[in-house]
Write a protein that binds this ligand. Structure first.
Ligand code: ATP
Ligand code: MG
Ligand code: MG
Ligand code: MG
Length: 492
């Protein structure tokens, strides 16, 4: 089944269940100081859940563009290294605002997966909330358990803790237990290796969560206590690319037709093959992922820049450029050339891509050009600082210890002179077994910014709160603590 059809089937299924189908909201959030990018399907409906606005229809379904690169939901480090976390992805969702609840949400999810999509029941697992004996003293979600029991054998219903199975929007507001649906697409041999044990929530590339059903039935009050909501809501989110992986019988999101045309184009342009060398594969996955994030963001009107959301986009693009430069030997712009394939593939579902295609290409090309002007010099400098001889300079004939740390000064110079976002420096450092003195970098950054205002970012649960007295140059990485570990060398 082609990805186009998979998406349509989802929407049609819920249309038949009286849902209004709405287009994806823009991924870039313009009017919400608490959120920079939409990071889940429910974000655009926040006001409905809070009761501040009323939807025309209390049943809605859509495919929402999501970006998870900052705040609580930051998957950037995983992207390219695993095969199922992306920066930008589509979240298929169905919503009930004070209308149907657990019974229908569970029954329909099961019907869609097993009957409409024909997924083998024997590869599915579900989780339910086990309750908590903390201050909330929440009961186990026996309601959900009992509904699931009518569809799936009890050894496949796993109980999960508050962290995995109780969803909260933030410190306050609607919240409730959730049930996640996981697929296990391991081969029989793979399963036998661990004695058939379930690996749900264990970070296995072939045992992945595909759908989260959130049952919003409580309201978290300002004093931290819970009360029952007058209206109960359903909020579900299914990873589209993961669903495609399952339905197309492949083992990686990157082997679905969402990604293969982009990957083929990268192979053609760079003269490299996907699937032969892990380093090259990671680079190809990263680039095929990042071009989507950047292209969709520009289509939504968010251009790369030096502050705020624009800087998040810039650093994603620079990351991609560097993967191409180092691992695919591309010393000239090429990522912009992938936009054509992307807009051909996705332009139907997301017309903004087609409409903005030329702008997207031009912006990406210019960004690539400008970063490529300094990238090689920056890498040279960084490599110099990681070089054994540099580390050992002036240290002959003594017993010394060497810290495998890139100094704040170097990281800052890379940022300031060579345009290296801190996380890019960290990434290259990490590849070489080095850490970066983040604190030192930040101190220098703070100093430089004494003419402007300070920047900071705080994250609470699903919502990123930007403290607004900030010029947001720092946005996008989570580590505000110096994260320096020392690798000590002893030389006699
Ligand atoms: P995971 O545990 O795999 O990180 P999650 O619990 O963080 O997923 P949810 O917040 O429950 O994800 O989002 C709903 C669904 O969106 C998930 O079940 C998954 O299918 C999909 N999803 C989440 N994060 C990503 C991502 N980075 N890339 C692709 N799909 C994702
Ligand atoms: Mg996650
Ligand atoms: Mg999860
Ligand atoms: Mg989840």
């Amino acid at each position: 089944m082609k990805s186009q059809d998979i998406r349509l089937k989802f929407l049609n299924f819920f249309k038949e269940k009286q849902h209004s189908i709405v287009p994806s909201a823009p991924m870039v959030v313009k009017d919400d100081p608490t959120l920079m990018f939409v990071n889940s399907g429910m974000a655009p409906f926040k006001e409905y859940f809070l009761g501040n606005a009323q939807p025309k229809n209390n049943r809605i379904a859509d495919s929402q563009k999501c970006l998870r690169v900052s705040g609580k939901h930051n998957d950037l480090e995983e992207v390219g290294y695993d095969t199922y976390h992306h920066t930008l992805f589509e979240m298929l969702g169905n919503w009930s605002f004070g209308d149907y609840f657990k019974r229908e949400a569970i029954a329909w999810a099961w019907e869609l997966l097993t009957e409409v999509y024909g997924i083998d029941k024997d590869i599915l697992y579900v989780t339910v909330f086990e309750g908590s004996d903390d201050a909330d003293n929440l009961p186990m979600d026996t309601e959900a358990y009992d509904f699931w029991k009518t569809f799936i054998s009890e050894d496949r219903i796993l109980k999960g803790n508050k962290k995995d199975n109780f969803w909260e929007m933030g410190d306050q507001g609607p919240c409730g237990p959730c049930s996640e649906i996981h697929v296990d697409i391991r081969s029989a041999e793979e399963k036998a290796k661990v004695g058939g044990k379930s690996l749900v929530n264990m970070d296995h590339p072939q045992v992945v969560e595909i759908w989260n059903l959130v049952f919003m039935q409580y309201n978290r009050k300002a004093n931290g206590s819970l009360e029952n909501l007058p209206d109960k809501h359903i909020d579900t989110g299914m990873g589209f690319e993961r669903l495609c992986m399952v339905l197309q019988g492949v083992q990686s999101n990157y082997d679905t037709d969402v990604f293969t045309p982009i990957i083929r184009e990268i192979e053609t342009i760079t003269n490299k093959n996907y699937g032969k060398d892990e380093k090259i594969d990671v680079a190809i996955r990263v680039i095929s992922d990042h071009v989507r994030a950047v292209a969709f963001s520009i289509a939504d009107g968010q251009l790369p820049s030096n502050t705020g959301a624009g800087y998040v986009i810039r650093r994603i693009l620079r990351r991609a450029v560097r993967y191409g430069f180092t691992f695919l030997d591309k010393k000239e712009p090429f990522i912009y050339r992938l936009v054509d394939v992307l807009s051909n593939r996705m332009g139907k579902a997301f017309p903004e891509l087609k409409a903005q295609k030329h702008l997207i290409e031009n912006v990406i090309k210019e960004e690539e050009q400008s970063f490529l002007r300094t990238l090689d010099k920056g890498i040279e400098m960084l490599e110099h600082h990681m070089d054994f001889n540099t580390l050992m300079k002036d240290k002959v004939n003594t017993i010394i210890e060497i810290e495998k740390v890139i100094s704040g000064t170097t990281a800052f110079e890379l940022y300031d002179t060579y345009g290296f976002p801190l996380d890019l420096t960290q990434l290259i450092a990490k590849e070489n077994g080095f850490l970066v003195d983040v604190k030192g970098f930040e101190n220098l950054m703070q100093k430089q910014k004494s003419r402007s205002r300070a920047a900071s970012e705080m994250s609470t649960d699903d919502w990123t709160i930007l403290i607004d007295d900030a010029e947001e140059e720092f946005v996008g990485y989570d580590t505000l603590e110096a994260n320096v570990k020392l690798t000590r060398y002893r030389k006699v």
